[in-house]
Design a protein around this ligand. Structure first.
Ligand SMILES: Cc1cc2nc3c(=O)[nH]c(=O)nc-3n(C[C@H](O)[C@H](O)[C@H](O)COP(=O)(O)O)c2cc1C
Length: 478
């Protein structure tokens, strides 16, 4: 198994912000480049229809082991394409489930064209395959445990591309090490998936969906947790990333339910790492793991604190925000410039306790002409057509999906409580717009960490178009 000796991990940033280009550049410069594994099926089929990066994408598809399957994808999404920039995209299938006689769920096949599992497998393969081109260093992939339904086929696709590290945050990914072991041996896997107001169901995945079963290595596994308690909750992990509350994207909920004067979660001492308890828990785990101490990385405003982290006993740091605004990231270039200009002018990231349908707090940069502006949010017609953040619910013994960011009447008809829809943002549509792959008319939303000091220093030194090389140099001298 890989021993991960990287001091700098570039954090996974979804959807499409840490794409293969960013990760490839970071890995080739000696850090661990991490692609985001979120919504890759939609990202791939949209890139194909826009004929964006077509030479690279087609090259990656040609290297996938099941040629018949990739031909189906090329025929449906690349050859036919979409007619114009304002035309709708041909979508990846919306997630639906079937149940066997024991009530075990699996993803439903669509009748025509590549089905959802196939698209997840191939798109995760493609992203990792492309991130690994041009160097021989390790590459990771990041998932959110809150988005459970695509996890198993996605991990399978990434493993076919020989991904070195799998990192999972936003939840407690206890079952994943076993899933990866099963997948490597070509065996079925199951994870539990929560169904609102009911019991947990089992979701099953059979890696034999491909015509030929390749032999697969098991990647190194890092659980992304908020503090020492994560070590107790996910002892099976090969290591941890401890992500503090100033980190970008989603954050762990605060222990206190009260909000601060800005309406943000009120983080306190109990949310922080207790170093004594951390060392005790790592010590306990090491007895079960042949005296191996699990390594860990610190995240959340650490881009200028590498030495501090190493002195605390960490193996390194995970950095997000400075990479998110670098020229190689997936954020649409014009939007990226605008956000950087607003950051230089003093705009901030606000941690919303309710915007995300996941239920986790989400950091939102306050930027003009994005969904962070109330008037723009209010104008948007509510619809759920991508479905990554759906919640599962049970009706008459059958499991179906709904999303609190969807149309209110539809959500209520599906048994949801309208109060849960207040201020919910359709992150699926907003975040795909942020990376230039949105449905026509959908407005972007930008997330980031709340510490902009390193972005500001990089822009002052290298200009608005700073790159991965500048970020890596900055981090390594800190
Ligand atoms: C734009 C953006 C998107 C992010 N998306 C994810 C994600 O999808 N999954 C995840 O585990 N972390 C995500 N993060 C968190 C980063 O991986 C990283 O841990 C964090 O940003 C580190 O803090 P920093 O931004 O202060 O350096 C995101 C961060 C940013 C800035």
């Amino acid at each position: 198994m890989l021993k991960l000796e990287k001091e700098v991990i570039q954090g996974g940033m979804g959807a499409g912000v840490s794409n293969f280009r960013l990760a490839r550049k970071v890995s080739s410069r000696g850090g661990l480049g991490v692609v985001s594994g979120t919504a890759l099926d939609t990202i791939m089929v949209r890139r194909l229809q826009d004929h964006k990066l077509d030479v690279e994408l087609i090259f990656a598809l040609e290297n996938f082991p099941d040629k018949k399957l990739t031909q189906k994808i090329i025929d449906k999404y690349f050859k036919k394409g979409r007619k114009s920039k304002t035309a709708k995209y041909h979508p990846a299938p919306y997630p639906r489930f079937k149940q066997d006689s024991k009530g075990i769920l699996s993803l439903k096949d669509s009748s025509r064209g590549p089905n959802l599992e196939e698209l997840l497998i191939v798109s995760n393969f493609v992203e990792v395959f492309l991130a690994k081109q041009g160097h021989s260093n390790p590459v990771g992939i990041n998932y959110l445990h809150k988005i459970q339904w695509p996890l198993m086929p996605s991990i399978y696709g990434a493993m076919i591309a020989d991904v070195d590290v799998v990192l999972i945050g936003a939840g407690l990914p206890k079952e994943i090490p076993e899933v990866m072991e099963n997948i490597s041996e070509g065996k079925n896997s199951k994870i539990s998936i929560p169904v609102i107001d009911g019991k947990d169901y089992l979701l099953e995945f059979d890696p034999k969906v491909l015509s030929e079963q390749p032999k697969l290595d098991i990647p190194f596994f890092l659980g992304i947790v908020s503090n020492h308690l994560g070590v107790k909750a996910v002892p099976q992990s090969d290591g941890y990333v401890f992500e503090g509350e100033i980190a970008g994207g989603h954050n762990a909920p605060a222990r206190s339910k009260e909000l601060n004067e800005k309406g943000e979660p009120n983080y306190g001492k109990k949310d922080e790492i207790d170093e004594g308890k951390l060392n005790m828990l790592l010590g306990q785990n090491s007895q079960r793991k042949n005296n191996t101490i699990q390594p860990y990385w610190l995240a959340g405003g650490y881009a200028n604190k590498l030495n501090e982290a190493l002195e605390m006993g960490a193996d390194g740091i995970q950095v997000g925000t400075p990479f998110a605004f670098s020229r190689e990231s997936g954020i649409e270039p014009k939007l990226k410039r605008k956000v950087i200009q607003e950051i230089m002018g003093g705009t901030e990231a606000h941690t919303s306790p309710i915007a995300s349908p996941t239920g986790f707090p989400l950091k939102v940069v306050q930027v003009k002409d994005t969904l962070s502006q109330k008037e723009i949010y209010d104008e948007r017609e509510r619809i759920c057509n991508l479905g990554y953040l759906v919640e599962l619910y049970e009706r008459d013994g059958e499991v179906d999906t709904r999303c609190p960011a969807d149309d209110l009447e539809r959500y209520e008809k599906d048994g949801g409580n309208v109060e849960d829809t207040i201020d919910k943002v359709c992150l699926c549509n907003a975040l795909t717009s942020t990376v230039g792959l949105g449905s026509p008319g959908e407005v972007p939303l930008v997330t980031s960490g709340s510490d902009f000091s390193v972005v500001k220093a990089l822009v002052k030194e290298h200009g608005i178009d700073y790159g991965v090389e500048d970020v890596m140099r900055y981090i390594l001298k800190s």
